[in-house]
Design a protein around this ligand. Sequence first.
Ligand code: NAD
Length: 402
Amino acid sequence: MPNSISRRTLIELGLAGASVAIAGTAIGQPTPASEPEGPPLPDSEKIGFAVVGLGKLSQGQIIPGLKKARGAKLVALVSGHPDKARRIAAEQGLPADAIYSYEDYDRIAKDPRIQVVYIVLPNSMHAEYTIRALKAGKHVLCEKPMATSIADCEAMIAAAKAADRKLMIAYRCHYEPLNLEVMRRVRSGAMGKPRMVATNIGRQADLGEPSDAWRLDGKMSGGGALADMGIYGVNASRYILAEEPVEVRAWAQTDRSDPRFKTTEDLIAWQFRFPSGAIADGSTSFSYQATMAFQVFCEHGKMTAEPGAFYGGNRLTINDAAGENAPKFPDTDQFAREMDWMAEVVRGKAPLVSPGEEGMQDMRLMHAILESVEKGGAPVRTDWGYRRAYDPAAVVDVPKPI
Ligand code: NAD
């Protein structure tokens, strides 16, 4: 079960979060606190979510996650497959009028059960379905990557502003205990300054799998392994270091005789240079064995997270002056935590930690990576002045390691 947002954190935030809405690092921000979660809210007080796209993630993680959420619930489905939608609706106890098709999607405007629309479609469809939901007056939680172009990210952010609705990007690691613990330890300075972060995040893609076929299509995915898996490393290097890169260099190795890589790059390796002098090394691939690993090398210690971003079973090893230590984390459902966070944002009780701007920053950085690849590894400047509004380590509570 997810932890609730701690009462102490909310008090420190002054509920609206104004006291921590400062640019850049966590310096001066309140420390996160953990407290036992409360009981689930009564059904009538839960925020209603419509899930758009009933593929692998929706069926495997999101719909089960909503069952475990404390303050969010499933109220509607949007799908192009009526049989699948009817089956899932029956399993979830939803009435027939809670099923929408892509054609009659805009009718959600008249459905008061739906407060949040969760976009879980192929990446190239995120912008259209996000903007339509915002125009229908709904808040939106959109899967990563936010879109397939910077222009689409800008249009999504503008649509949220015009509709005065919330747009959150589903960066689940911002709400995941191991990742929050790593951020907290780096911010504490106990191991000295972080000097180097290494993220290696990829897997073997299978062209025969429908959900990989669109990921291997450049137009639908916006960039193969980088858009699907590498984005975790791009985002992690920024939230671990609590600063933004000023420059990137990147290289790709793609076997064009492999039928998987007709329109996307395969292996990409990059280096970000940060203002503090830290460097982040990243790699992603659709042709290496599945891994979501990262390491943080500090002046007086090292943290290894392997796996560091799986849905469960993540493991952290810390080597410092005290020797080797492997903290254990309580079993939490990070998808439920993330959706509960969105519900609290909608209630006005929690700050928007992963807004559209955060998704667009990664999109711009991934474009800079691809630009450097095209230029044979030449440096590309990335110091366009983005500052994250909230540091997850400062505002999202961390279940204490056991
Ligand atoms: P999937 O292929 O399993 O599901 C996509 C759904 O979209 C399917 O139900 C499919 O029927 C539907 N769809 C509608 N129009 C389509 C079209 N033209 N072509 C293909 N499918 C179409 O994919 P998924 O793995 O569930 O991924 C969905 C989204 O979730 C992606 O944006 C992905 O990046 C994201 N995702 C995030 C995580 C995470 O950990 N946060 C994990 C997996 C996927």
